[in-house]
Every structure is written in structure tokens, then in C-alpha cells.
Design a protein around this ligand. Structure first.
Ligand SMILES: NC(=O)c1ccc[n+]([C@@H]2O[C@H](COP(=O)([O-])OP(=O)(O)OC[C@H]3O[C@@H](n4cnc5c(N)ncnc54)[C@H](O)[C@@H]3O)[C@@H](O)[C@H]2O)c1
Length: 297
């Protein structure tokens, strides 16, 4: 199969990621079926997409006709059997837990035509953990998008132990076709590329904070002005949600038992107080102010 043979795409899971992955693909002319557990969830997802595109129309970035055409290319289908019928390419973006993902892949394997590719958007689960639930592991790969998919250009394409080279090239070609930039990882490893690099940057930033070398606001400023990053590591942590980073560290520690992987004190204290970053209004910064100002400690 070549990228031009991909006529129908299925996105399973219409949450923060899946809804926008479907929309991004439809914006580039692909017919997409979006699946989730209920029609209510699917309609809510498309309401969000319509809002994003409405803003583009009002800024003059796209026409109303182009918006309606793109929205019209997304079919909503809560019945997975019906949704999978015409799919040449599937992107799974359901809850980040191994068993539900394996179950989902096993079902997709039974329901999809034999040539269909099955990709997972998982951030942490590697395709070699999921693909054995299918009889087509050579046609399974990680296709890791970044939030929000309507904005972020990168997609990490990861070759699992049994992923074929043809599958990797097809996932990369489809990524380009739908307006995103693939990077190919020839080996799978936890965290892929970007999250590993981000984690090592964050680990050093917390070390410098805990050693009293500089305040978190100055560390952020140094990274923003000295490395030209749009946000320093503490602001970024606030932006993503401090609980997300906290739980990810606890999960890593469960596997490694390395005390260096435990959540740093400055992070733990904020999570325990319920200061989870931008979503609760306060984390390392007070987000009720514009621009956000550093909190006291
Ligand atoms: N949020 C991020 O920043 C981010 C970034 C990259 C990758 N990811 C990955 O994308 C995936 C989805 O994350 P999200 O943030 O969109 O989660 P989310 O919780 O917003 O959405 C998950 C959706 O999957 C649906 N769902 C659950 N089980 C299902 C099933 N069996 N069949 C169909 N739908 C089902 C849920 O109803 C929900 O709408 C995860 O694997 C996550 O690791 C997330």
C-alpha cells in the first residue's frame, strides 16, 4: 500500500488528541471516521473542532467553505465495527493504559481489512507491548503526536521490534500528507525522543533549584533567553499540569526504583496543595495575572 491508497482513516478516541488528529487529517483532504464510546463524546469533540476552525475563519486564515468541507470529511461513528469497515489506516488515541489499548488493537485486528495499518498515539506505551494483541504486528507502529495536534507540527514515528520498514515509511508519508513533520525512530525506547530530552532538561532544572543555585523563575528566564525556548521548564510544567509530571515520575520510579526519578520536593509540595498549574490558576506561577507571575516559594 502507498500513501495514495489511504482513502479512509479511522481515529479511535475523540479526546484532547484524537479529536484534533481527526480534524488535522480532514483539513488535508482525508476522509476520517472518528470513534469513541458514545455519540455525545463525539459531538462534543466536533464542537471543539468547529470552535478552533471558526477562529481561523474569523482571522481570515481560511474560508467558511473550506471549514465546512473539512468538517464534512469527519464522520462520527460510535460503533467500532461500522467505523473500522472502510479504514486503510487507524490511529488509536484512547486512554493511556496498556490493557485497554491491547483490547482495542485486538478488536481492530478482527474488524479491519487485512491491509490496514494500526498506529498508536501513546506517549509512553511502546508498540511492541501492544502489537502482540494482533495478528499483524508488522503493520503496527507508534505515531506520537504532540498537544495540540492542530498546532504542533512534529510527529514521532517509532519502529517497534516487528514493525516493517514499509509500515514506517507509510506512516511517515501519511504524516507529511496531513501537514505534519515526521521524525523516524529506528528503535523504540521509553519516552521516545522529545520527552526524553525534555525530562533530562527538567531534571537538571529541578537540581539547580534544589541546590539553591537560582530561583525557578530565573532558571526559566535563562532557558527562554539563552536557549530560545518559548517556555522554561517550570512554566512548561505548569502549562501541561503539575499532576501529569508528578504521576509520570512516580510511574517511572515504580519501574526503575532509582531515587533520582522520584518527584522533586518543589513539585510534590505544589501537587499536594492542589496547585496543579495553569488549569487550577496556580502552580509555579500565578496564572490569574497576565503575564503570569512567579509564586512565593
Ligand atoms: N494529552 C497529551 O498531551 C498527549 C500527547 C501525546 C499523546 N497522548 C496520548 O494520546 C492518547 C489519548 O490522550 P488524550 O489526552 O486525548 O486523552 P483523553 O482522555 O482526552 O481522551 C481519550 C478518549 O478515549 C476515549 N476512549 C477510552 N476508551 C475507549 C475505547 N475503548 N474506544 C473508543 N474510545 C475510547 C475516551 O472516551 C476519551 O474520549 C493517550 O495514549 C496519550 O498518552 C496524549
Amino acid at each position: 500500500m502507498t500513501v495514495d491508497d489511504v482513502k479512509g482513516m479511522l481515529v479511535v478516541g475523540a479526546g484532547q488528541m484524537g479529536s484534533q488528529i481527526a480534524m488535522q487529517s480532514a483539513l488535508h483532504g482525508v476522509q476520517v471516521t472518528l470513534n469513541d464510546l458514545s455519540m455525545e463524546i463525539l459531538e462534543k469533540a466536533m464542537k471543539g473542532n468547529r470552535g478552533h476552525l471558526d477562529r481561523r475563519v474569523s482571522k481570515g486564515q481560511m474560508t467558511k467553505e473550506a471549514m465546512e468541507a473539512a468538517l464534512g470529511r469527519v464522520r462520527l461513528e460510535p460503533d467500532l465495527a461500522k467505523a473500522a469497515r472502510d479504514a486503510d489506516f487507524v490511529i488509536e488515541a484512547i486512554v493511556e493504559r496498556l490493557e485497554p489499548k491491547r483490547e482495542c488493537f485486538a478488536k481492530l485486528d478482527r474488524l479491519c481489512r487485512p491491509h490496514a495499518i494500526l498506529a498508536s498515539n501513546s506517549s509512553t506505551l511502546m508498540i511492541s507491548q501492544i502489537a502482540p494483541a494482533t495478528k499483524r504486528p508488522a503493520q503496527c507502529a507508534n505515531m506520537h503526536w504532540f498537544y495540540p495536534p492542530l498546532v504542533m507540527r512534529l510527529v514521532e514515528v517509532v519502529k517497534g521490534r516487528e514493525t516493517s520498514e514499509e509500515t514506517v515509511q507509510l506512516v511517515a508519508a501519511l504524516t507529511r500528507k496531513i501537514g505534519r513533520e515526521p521524525v523516524i525512530l529506528r528503535k523504540e525506547l521509553p519516552g521516545f525522543l522529545v520527552n526524553r530530552i525534555l525530562r533530562s532538561l527538567a531534571r537538571e532544572a529541578y537540581y539547580l533549584l534544589e541546590e539553591g543555585v537560582a530561583s525557578f523563575a530565573d532558571i526559566d528566564r535563562a532557558v527562554e533567553l539563552g536557549l530560545n525556548h518559548p517556555m522554561g521548564p517550570f512554566k512548561l510544567a505548569d502549562f501541561s499540569g503539575l499532576d501529569i509530571g508528578y504521576n509520570a515520575r512516580l510511574e517511572t520510579y515504580e519501574v526503575t526504583k532509582d531515587p533520582k526519578d522520584l518527584p522533586p520536593k518543589a513539585l510534590e509540595a505544589r501537587v499536594k496543595r492542589g496547585d496543579l498549574g495553569r488549569k487550577t490558576g496556580k502552580g509555579f506561577y500565578d496564572w490569574s495575572r497576565e503575564p503570569p507571575i512567579p509564586t512565593a516559594d
